[in-house]
Design a protein around this ligand. Structure first.
Ligand code: GTP
Ligand code: MG
Length: 210
């Protein structure tokens, strides 16, 4: 975070992962969200692709989201964990037309939780995206299933999205950023408190010395 004290303007840079199985629409999400473009045909991602989305959060806060779009192919799964480090949150994508990718999403979440956590030991915020909803809407029964899943598996929320028709991408990302900002604020407060405690302890030890 950098702050221009005179203007009271704050900038944040957050690393956000976009993860999920092969072909669920991760790259499509990023391309729609960042460039407002959609492609029927896309090359599979190899390794990781980076994109930056700048959000004017409010009049005095700018958020830069560094999006890490990670390859979903099974054969490179184990290798991709190295990219998780330092992330502030994640979007885990599954494809509503392919049920097995929901199991995949749960695996990705589990792997992420094993690799990254907040300073207080809690998991980083993760939003579940039920993508390709232009093809099949999530029915009410599945919606309540997903709600239960979120609670049970620790996703902060789920959204049905379509990268193709630009449905709910901004909403899902905003929801995640709101949580990341809250976590950030809490950890800054905690740091300030720790610093005050340290200063007090130093002052105390100086006053008792000699
Ligand atoms: N109908 C529909 N098709 C989509 C949507 N999002 C992505 N697709 C299509 O799904 C296919 C795979 O999309 P990608 O974005 O390449 O998927 P990916 O998750 O990045 O795949 P990997 O890079 O292999 O891990 C492409 O043909 C996209 O056009 C969507 O919201 N609706
Ligand atoms: Mg991709």
């Amino acid at each position: 975070m950098s702050e221009d004290a005179e203007l009271g303007f704050t900038e944040h840079l957050f690393k956000v992962l976009v993860i999920g199985d092969h072909k669920v629409g991760k790259t499509s999400f990023v391309k729609r969200y960042v460039k407002n473009k959609f492609y029927e045909e896309l090359k599979t991602t190899i390794g990781v692709d980076f994109s930056m989305k700048v959000i004017d959060w409010d009049g005095h806060t700018q958020v830069r989201l560094q999006l890490w779009d990670i390859a979903g192919q099974e054969r490179v799964r184990g290798l991709n964990r190295v990219y998780f480090k330092g992330s502030s949150g994640a979007l885990v994508v599954y494809d509503v037309t392919n049920g097995s990718t929901l199991d995949g999403a749960l695996n990705w979440k589990h792997e992420l939780d094993g690799q990254v956590m907040l300073r207080n030991g809690l998991p980083v915020p993760v939003v579940l995206l039920a993508n390709k909803c232009d093809e099949t809407k999530v029915c009410r029964r599945n919606a309540s299933l997903l709600e239960n899943l979120c609670q049970g598996k620790g996703f902060i929320e789920w959204f049905q999205t379509s990268a193709k028709e630009n449905i709910n991408l901004d909403e899902a990302a905003k929801f995640l950023v709101k949580h990341i900002l809250q976590n950030n604020e809490e950890s800054v407060k905690e740091e300030e408190q720790n610093m005050q405690i340290n200063l007090k302890q130093q002052a105390k030890s100086k006053s008792t010395c000699c």
